[in-house]
Design a protein around this ligand. Structure first.
Ligand SMILES: [Ca+2]
Ligand SMILES: [Ca+2]
Length: 179
């Protein structure tokens, strides 16, 4: 008897809470099957980019290499007042996210964020700050515009690898020394 009374009470309470959730006269929604979340694969997001690799300080190489997919790169390397080497990626290109983010003497347009930067500067005020500057331009018709005063011998050597296709190297004001 007591059990039966409890059942009636519980049934009434349940019906009451359902009608308050969905309104008087409205029925609770019927769920046909269960919702199953799934992952949708997006297409690859590889974009051409120049990777800057530099340990910093003095006596280390600086390497610029095309990574991901080939593109017609357009790079200007120049020297600013104050013995600063400037590497400018033209046409809005930015450095690869895998580039060296921070090193002594290295400054990006957006501090510490190569992927948002179209240019970077490196302090070349001391001799052999960069032992060898290497530019690996990769495939496609690339353009490299290059000019250095190099007053303090901050860049020891320069190596340009145009790689496949017809590349263009423009030399601006340049002081060349060698042994
Ligand atoms: Ca290229
Ligand atoms: Ca090339």
């Amino acid at each position: 008897m007591v059990v039966s009374w409890w059942r009636r009470l519980l049934r009434r309470k349940y019906q009451c809470s359902e009608s308050s959730r969905y309104g008087r006269g409205r029925k609770a929604p019927v769920h046909k099957g269960k919702y199953r979340p799934f992952l949708e694969r997006l297409e690859d997001r590889l974009v051409p980019a120049i990777q800057l690799t530099y340990t910093g300080g003095t006596g280390n190489p600086l390497t610029l290499s095309e990574v991901a997919v080939a593109a017609a790169d357009d790079i200007t390397i120049s020297e600013l007042a104050g013995n600063l080497l400037r590497i400018q990626l033209n046409n809005g290109a930015t450095f690869a996210a895998s580039s060296t983010a921070a090193a002594a003497g290295l400054t990006y347009q957006v501090a510490g964020n190569p992927a948002l930067s179209t240019f970077a500067t490196i302090d070349i005020s001391t001799a052999n700050a960069i032992t060898t500057l290497t530019a690996n331009l990769g495939d496609n018709a690339d353009t490299l515009t290059f000019g250095l005063t190099n007053a303090n011998g901050g860049v020891g050597n320069v190596t340009i690898n145009g790689e496949a296709d017809n590349d263009t190297v423009n030399l601006n004001t340049l002081t060349i020394t060698g042994t």
